[in-house]
Design a protein around this ligand. Structure first.
Ligand code: NAD
Length: 285
């Protein structure tokens, strides 16, 4: 048996096509494109790369994007002041502060200073609360992208046993909330979980977001399970995930590849969040 490959590129391309139509409609209705403002503090090469990719992705679907570069040593007040200005600027629909922030800056303080109605990453507590309460809000991009992939390939979620390895605020926790909303029975695993392998093997749907290259092997996966690999690591010039793909592909019913699985969906959901926020703000006026 070899698993169905749940490619994310196809899902991302189709969604981006729909988003470009929505962006064009927004432009027709309101005389401007939806706009995402990205704040980059410092000069971390990976952060610079991600911010550049986000800008290019915006342009491709017809969104405006503005990048704000601040020096690593900038004061706390200057970062908060910039976010405040963007909150007040009527032309700005979405705000994203690229994480991690360098040095002394409190990510929590900066993220919570973003207007929840412009929170393109869905990390403000109001949006987190909405997600866990089952009401409408902006959702974090990576798990929202995973839900799009699971729905695109018609993976059954209701009543299924979902096991998530990882409990970060950007992936593991919101992933659990989204799966709960869809009636899965959800278990969290983390560094202190006793017998992680046994927990993983009980999953109908295994989501791996631990940040450990090729940690999950064949013996961790129940035959016929659906496996989603969130990990992304450059090892010997190759990008690999948290799952040992060559062995698990023979055991699983379906699996997301790395690269080309979850990755392409994350930025796509950022675009989707920005378009949604733009329409919501325009309609509220
Ligand atoms: P994180 O480091 O914030 O969290 C990792 C979580 O995994 C923690 O909750 C930790 O308890 C758990 N964990 C770590 N090692 C473990 C182990 N040995 N056993 C059990 N649990 C363990 O990471 P994150 O931000 O959630 O990202 C996870 C992975 O997903 C990383 O590889 C990251 O690069 C990748 N990622 C990819 C995308 C994408 O778009 N492709 C987006 C976000 C994150």
């Amino acid at each position: 048996m070899s698993a169905e490959i749940l490619g994310g590129k196809r899902v991302a391309d189709e969604l981006r096509h729909r988003l470009s139509k929505q962006a064009a409609k927004f432009l027709r209705c309101y005389g401007r494109a939806p706009r995402l403002d990205v704040v980059l503090v410092g000069d971390d090469p990976a952060s610079k790369l991600y911010v550049g990719m986000k800008g290019k992705a915006c342009a491709k679907v017809g969104l405006d994007s503005v990048q704000h570069n601040l020096k690593a040593g900038v004061s706390r007040a200057a970062v908060l002041d910039l976010v405040k200005k963007l909150n007040q600027d009527k032309r700005v629909d979405g705000i994203l502060v690229q994480l991690p922030l360098p040095g002394k800056h409190s990510e929590e303080e900066v993220i919570q200073s973003i207007d929840p109605g412009k929170d393109a990453d869905g990390l403000h507590y109001l949006n987190t609360g909405r997600l866990w309460s089952g009401s409408e809000g902006t959702m974090p991009c990576t798990p929202a992208g995973i839900m799009e992939i699971l729905d695109y390939y018609k993976c059954e979620l209701k009543g299924k046993r979902a096991v998530i390895i990882g409990r970060s605020n950007i992936v593991g926790k919101p992933m659990a909330a989204m799966l709960l909303r869809r009636h899965a029975t959800v278990t969290f695993c983390h560094t202190r979980t006793v017998d992680l392998k046994k927990e993983a093997r009980s999953a109908d749907l295994l989501i791996v977001a631990a940040g450990q290259p090729a940690m999950v092997g064949k013996g961790w996966v129940k035959r016929g399970a659906v496996v989603v690999d969130v990990g992304s690591h450059k090892v010997n010039d190759k990008v690999i995930g948290d799952v040992d793909f060559p062995s698990v592909v023979k055991q699983a019913k379906a699996i997301t590849p790395v690269p080309g699985g979850v990755g392409p969906m994350t930025i796509t959901m950022l675009l989707a969040n920005t378009v949604k926020l733009a329409f919501a703000r325009a309609k509220a006026k």
